[in-house]
Ligand binder design. Sequence first.
Ligand SMILES: *[C@@H]1O[C@H](CO)[C@@H](O)[C@H](O)[C@H]1NC(C)=O
Ligand SMILES: *[C@@H]1O[C@H](CO)[C@@H](O)[C@H](O)[C@H]1NC(C)=O
Ligand SMILES: *[C@@H]1O[C@H](CO)[C@@H](O)[C@H](O)[C@H]1NC(C)=O
Ligand SMILES: *[C@@H]1O[C@H](CO)[C@@H](O)[C@H](O)[C@H]1NC(C)=O
Ligand SMILES: *[C@@H]1O[C@H](CO)[C@@H](O)[C@H](O)[C@H]1NC(C)=O
Ligand SMILES: *[C@@H]1O[C@H](CO)[C@@H](O)[C@H](O)[C@H]1NC(C)=O
Ligand SMILES: [Cu+2]
Length: 641
Amino acid sequence: MLDPSSSTRRRLVHVLTLASLLFPSATAQTANTFKYVGLSGVSAQQMFLGRPGKVYIVDKTERNNATVNGHPAWATEYDLATNTYRSMDVLSNAFCAGGTVLGNGTWINVGGNQAITYGGNTAASQTGQSPYRNTDGGKAVRVLDPCDDESCEWVDNPAMYMTTRRWYPTVETLEDGSAIIMGGCEWGGYVNYADNQNNPTIEYWPSKGTPFTLQFLLKTMPVNLFPLVWLLPSGNLFVQAEFQAEIFDYKRQIEYPLPNIPYAVRVYPASAGTATFPQTPQNNWTMTILFCGGTNLKQDQWTTTWPISKYPADKTCVRISPDVDTTWYDDDSLDAGRSMGNLINLPDGRLFQVNGAGLGTAGYGNDTWAIGQSYADNPQYQSWYFDPSKPTGQRWAKAGVSSIPRMYHSSASLLPDGTVIISGSNPNADYVDKVNVPTATYVTQYQVEIFYPDYHDKPKPKPQGMPSTITYGGDSFDVTLSLVDLANNALNINRTKAVIIRSGFSTHTMNMGMRHIELETAFTSNDDGSATLHVAQMEPNPAILAPGPAMFFIVVNGVPSNASWIMVGDGIIGKHTLRPRSTLPRSTISAQLVAQYGGSFVVTGGGSSTSSGTERRSISGLMGWGGLVAVLLGSFWALSV
Ligand SMILES: *[C@@H]1O[C@H](CO)[C@@H](O)[C@H](O)[C@H]1NC(C)=O
Ligand SMILES: *[C@@H]1O[C@H](CO)[C@@H](O)[C@H](O)[C@H]1NC(C)=O
Ligand SMILES: *[C@@H]1O[C@H](CO)[C@@H](O)[C@H](O)[C@H]1NC(C)=O
Ligand SMILES: *[C@@H]1O[C@H](CO)[C@@H](O)[C@H](O)[C@H]1NC(C)=O
Ligand SMILES: *[C@@H]1O[C@H](CO)[C@@H](O)[C@H](O)[C@H]1NC(C)=O
Ligand SMILES: *[C@@H]1O[C@H](CO)[C@@H](O)[C@H](O)[C@H]1NC(C)=O
Ligand SMILES: [Cu+2]
């Protein structure tokens, strides 16, 4: 294991920094690699991108290296430009909290555990005494308005708390920008051992009244903590725990059972990777949810009396599109079984799988069979791409290899430059390093890594006119791209996508609220090979993407621009303005360009067509772009690269 403070590592960082100053092209050799960039100060059990340059990290209360107001910290703000952290004071114990961003841009961090002392043991006082000075976080709702200038702090005020205790709750943002808070337990545990501590209820934040019971959370004991929940475009919720699944019409409080999920338990602590496929104009923004890995423990095996850390994780992947089809479909299996392998939406439409373990599950405890305290072993260092647009059997491809074990309490998030930040891992009750526990196998990780996807070494498009707001319906807007932005191939305008990604709140192998939404586009290409991309607003349906901040990317032939930071909706919690669907002009290509390309084009599957002249004319409907692209590859523009 790498020691983050070793002088070797410092020297290495210096050499790399020097190299990249002297040889700027050195940074162009990073594709498919992980790079250590800094220390997080507290372990990244929970992590989210709150501003374009700021990542917020929340940990459980423990003896962290970072301190704040005279006690160990359990929250930091990580600056992406300087790779340094700022300690933040969270008052209550945020152990296994959930979180999301609201329609007005405020983030909430929800639930947790009693105040604790050394070793993760319950503190005698619940009101902020030494050594950690933490308070009871069971009902906590911690509130943050992220900032660029280091002025913001978490507000952890009991006046804003929930009415019931929730350890491991799931939080999802709804159409009005408020949050629904589901499930959890009162006093913790590996699973929800006893009915008398289950919290099978739902409440909202801001509150909409007293909590009500979801029958599903009674039926799915004992594996119903951190239930897997997505707001569907229909406005219903899809809910999955244990082997069961349902559609929940939360507005009318009606539950519709779905067939059981095949092969394995996916919810925490089995902790499959989960993500939604890109929701695009072509698929009518239908949500398809992928579940990969987990563990196939049976109902009576959720005890800690046997060596779970030796039990192989599951390797199957299954998917469902709950709004249109209640069938579970097999998808391409993982190369090897994996628990806790995060799936992260990339702007180019692929998913990136990272972190996890080949044996065991999430969780830890003082069990003789545990690896130290870890219930998982055999960390998985190989990361993967999953491409939902590829035919079955060809969807997985190897990405990079990390050297840091990232298992229980690790996290990951997409960043605005298309890279992925990865941090955390601490399968221990308190902070552990090789000094205080010389025999430790899996220490508390503070190392922050960036993964550079394979598109990273290609020149980034720098589109002009990037938006800062996206509305539900309304007038389309224009983004312009130079010929260079189109990788010196004017035809790439027909392989250009406008993509919104919400990176979500990453914890326990989930990124709550993570979505990939592609907007409808049309284009006008110009004589000089530059082009204007006309971009439709969101569909006038906030259930496709709930209101709140997100990233907007232009992706040219698989290469994303840097994102602009957008607010989706009106920036409020409440009823959002719905406007008529955007109408787009017809796509046109400069006739001069068409002439330049030779004037004669092969059309795939529809005869052939000749085009020449000097006036701009519409070519959609005239000819298949696929054929045009095929004929022109390697010709004028490609040669001029
Ligand atoms: C602990 O914090 C100090 C600064 O307070 C820093 O120099 C050191 O690198 C940190 N160590 C780790 C392991 O994070
Ligand atoms: C968003 O709404 C919440 C709940 O009403 C409130 O606490 C928070 O201050 C609001 N944020 C902003 C930026 O107005
Ligand atoms: C587990 O073991 C650690 C290390 O020996 C100790 O500090 C802690 O108190 C123990 N926790 C429990 C719940 O027994
Ligand atoms: C597209 O999805 C919406 C729900 O978001 C649905 O109302 C509509 O009927 C669907 N359209 C088609 C053509 O399937
Ligand atoms: C993209 O963002 C990164 C990180 O902020 C920055 O270093 C880079 O210059 C940006 N590139 C472009 C093309 O804007
Ligand atoms: C873009 O190209 C595809 C084939 O590659 C074609 O089906 C589509 O119609 C083209 N789009 C436009 C707007 O011409
Ligand atoms: Cu946890």
